[in-house]
Design a protein around this ligand. Sequence first.
Ligand code: A2R
Length: 325
Amino acid sequence: MRSLIIGGSGFVGTYLERHLRTLGHETHITKMPKERVGRNETGRYEQDIAAAVWDLDILDAKAVSRLIERIQPDYIFHLAAQSSVVVSWERPGLTADINIRGSIHVLEAVRRQKKKMRVLLIGSGEEYGKISQEEVPVCEECRVRPGNIYAATKVCQNMIGAIYAQAYGMDVLMVRAFNHIGPKQSPIFVLSDFCRQTAEIEAGKKEAVIKTGNLDAKRDFTDVRDVVRAYALLTEKGKAGETYNIGSGHAVRVGDILQMILEQSKVKFRIETDPKKFRPLDVPVIEADIRKVCERTGWIPQISLEQTVRETLDDWREKVNRGYR
Ligand code: A2R
C-alpha cells in the first residue's frame, strides 16, 4: 500500500507515518515549505521520518494535483489544517482557506485521477459545538452547532467530503477526532501546556504557579497513538461517505487532568485561572459516542490517560532539561 499523508509533519502526522510504516505501507508525507522534519533542537519535528517528504502548500491547487498525480497513492490521509481554535478567531479567513479550500483542492485532484484512491478527511469533535445533556455522548447523527470558526470550517469540510462521495461515487471517509494528546504536542493544547509549565517549575525556570483556562470544561481525550491506529483501520474497513467519531468515549474534567499532573509532579504548585486562556463560546461537555468506529473496525483505545499524562510530562522534562522553552 502506498499512503500519502498531507500535513504529515504535524503532531498527528508524525505518529501516523510511523504507524503506517509498521503496517508495511510505503509512506509519503507533505510538509509546508518552511517546515523542517527530522531531528532538531526545537523538539517539534524530532521523530524519525523515513518517509518520502514533499513540500506542499495545499492552497496551491495545481501543486496538490501534480503531487497526487505523481505519487498515485492508494490512501490519502488529509491532515493539513489550521488546527488551532485560538488562531481561528484571530485569522478566520486563513482558517477557512486552509481547512475548506485546501480540502477541495485535494478532492478535486483525486477526482481527476483514473485510479480509485481512498481519502480520509480529518475533522473534529469541535464540530458538534454546544451539546445538550441529552445528547451526551454525542453520536455522528447528532446536530452540529459549531461554536467557533475552526469548528465551522471542519463542518464544512465534512459536508463537502460527503457530497464528493455521493455525487461522484468517490471513496471519501470523514472522521471527527476529539481531543488527541501525547508527547510532542504543541503547548497551545491544554495537556501539553500544563506539562510544559510543570516541567519548567520543576527545573526552577518558572515560579510555582500554573496558569489555566476553564478547569470545569469536560473533554474527551485520546492518546494520539490510539487515534492513528483508528485512522489506519478506517482506511481498511470504513465505509465511503460515512463519518466516524474517534475518541475515548469518556469526558474528563480538565481540572482532573491537572490534578493527575500535580500527583506526578516533583514539586508543589499553585493554580491560577487566567482569563486570557478562556476561549470565547467555550462548550461545557464534549464526549464522543464511539460505537460506530468500534463496531465497524474492531478498534478500541488502549492507552490510559495516566500513561499519556506521564509520558507527556516526561517528554517536557527532557525538553526543558535540553534548554527548550
Ligand atoms: O501550520 P504548520 O506550519 O505547523 O503546518 C501544518 C500543516 N499546514 C499546511 N499544510 C499544507 N498547506 C497549508 N496551507 C497548511 N497549513 C497548515 O498541516 C501542520 O504541519 C499540519 C497540521 O498539523 P497540526 O497543526 O500539528 O495538527 P494535528 O494536531 O496533527 O491535527 C491533524 C488533523 C488536523 O486536520 C486537525 O484539524 C485535526 O486533525 O484535528
